[in-house]
Design a protein around this ligand. Structure first.
Ligand SMILES: [Mn+2]
Length: 436
């Protein structure tokens, strides 16, 4: 049994049971499906890679871990690929026992009757929701003489979200690999980008490199924005030609063994920053370095956000984008015009990873940073192309710089330091790769 599953069991309430479903394949268009991605919590607890499975965790049982899986089926396997089946689930994935998933509904009463607490996350898998409700339904119209269904339902992500916040040594290894692959892909992009290329070609060379290095693919849809496309935060069309004299913003990360990296670099398409581009870039870089230093034990997530706002507002004043007292500009949220997102997020199996940002949601008490957490640090400035109030030279410039940082006992470790963000070094890499 996986360490994660053991820990999950230790955190469960007495006399409880958990139902954790795998993801399903999703139709893309008639007869074809999107590439399968396992549910992160299911993957974290079981490591089982197939769709449609259901893990049932019953700590009071001598065999606490049951895995319901797709049964072996020679015809289906010929068409759609190999299956572990019930034997593989036990032999290769450490389940205490395994049954065909077709049996799950029939077994439900046997599993749930007499338990006080059910861990299940409603509204993710509507089909399974309704089957679980079908188990409860007849018990709501009968006096409970023989069967006692769970009286309390708890969202298991209360446990898994907290666990996933703190990465183990093994997880950090996989995250470092995801980070290294993406870092190398970004360096490759710096070497290959030329005026006249299409954004889509840059996307494909990044992704080809990641797959080549053993990543399962990208951790999220890459953002490849040339020129003022960089001012659209989630620009994913990636189909425009790259122009001489513009910047390119690349936000792309790799997925390795289920773990994500998340890197953004912004650099000149022709290999040389203009003075105006460099001015904006230097402001963002300075803020990014300071926010990395701030990502340490003792600070909270909210404090870091406020810190980034303060620094970027100062930067906006320095560039002539805003005028006035910093305090007033922050109060009026004037910065939102050019900086409208968070300075970072948890990173792990999901690119925007699980786990709460507040210790106390009601009191808005932000979570303090602690060793084992991995966060992105990604300040940015985006000056709309049609912003009449901005100096003309800055219009249409978008810059974001993003690294992935592991909080340690006595500081932090930048997992993505391998890809430079120093503007002189970027220019040197680009020149060395052959340019006029
Ligand atoms: Mn990010």
């Amino acid at each position: 049994m996986r360490t994660q599953l053991k820990k999950f069991i230790e955190s469960m309430e007495p006399n409880s049971i958990a139902i954790i479903p795998a993801a399903h394949e999703v139709t893309r268009s008639y007869d074809s499906e999107f590439k399968f991605r396992q549910d992160s919590d299911f993957w974290y607890l079981t490591g089982f890679p197939e769709p449609d499975a259901i893990a049932v965790i019953d700590p009071s049982s001598k065999k606490p871990y049951t895995l319901y899986v797709r049964p072996r089926d020679p015809l289906m396997e010929t068409w759609y690929g190999r299956r572990q089946g019930v034997e593989g689930a036990v032999k290769n994935y450490g389940a205490d026992r395994s049954f065909s998933v077709e049996r799950f509904d029939t077994d439900m009463a046997k599993l749930l009757d007499g338990k006080d607490v059910l861990y299940y996350r409603f509204s993710v898998d509507r089909n399974l929701d309704s089957r679980i409700l079908d188990y409860f339904a007849p018990q709501r119209v009968r006096r409970l003489k023989t069967a006692y269904p769970p009286h309390t339902i708890i969202d298991p992500t209360i446990i898994t979200g907290e666990m996933r916040l703190y990465k183990s040594a093994d997880e950090i290894k996989m995250m470092q690999r995801a980070a290294d692959i993406a870092a190398e892909a970004h360096i490759l992009a710096m070497k290959k980008v030329r005026p006249g290329m299409n954004e889509g070609q840059v996307e494909s060379l990044l992704e080809a490199y990641m797959r080549d290095q053993g990543a399962s693919g990208v951790a999220y849809n890459s953002i490849i924005g040339g020129g003022d496309n960089a001012t659209i935060l989630h620009y994913v069309e990636n189909n425009m030609p790259l122009k001489d004299g513009d910047l390119i913003l690349i936000d792309a990360g790799a997925e390795y063994q289920g773990y994500a990296s998340d890197i953004t670099r912004t650099f000149p398409i022709n290999g040389k920053f203009t003075k105006a581009q460099r001015e904006v870039y230097d402001v963002v870089l300075d803020v990014q370095l300071k926010c990395i230093d701030f990502t340490v034990v003792g600070n909270t997530h909210q404090k870091r956000q406020e810190y980034s706002i303060e620094l970027l507002t100062e930067g906006m004043k320095q560039l002539g984008l805003l005028k006035g007292k910093t305090k007033d500009l922050i109060k009026k949220k004037a910065y939102l015009k050019y900086y409208m997102h968070g300075v970072g997020h948890w990173l792990g199996l999901d690119v925007h990873d699980a786990g709460r940002y507040f210790v106390d949601q009601q009191a808005k008490q932000s979570k303090p940073y602690a060793p084992g957490m991995v966060l992105t640090v990604e300040p940015g400035l985006y000056i709309p192309p049609d912003d009449k109030s901005a100096p003309a030279k800055f219009r249409g410039i978008g810059v974001r710089i993003e690294d992935d940082v592991l909080v340690t006992k006595d500081g932090n470790l930048n997992l993505t330091a391998a890809v430079t963000k120093d503007p002189d070094e970027i220019e040197a890499i680009m020149q060395k790769a052959g340019r006029k």
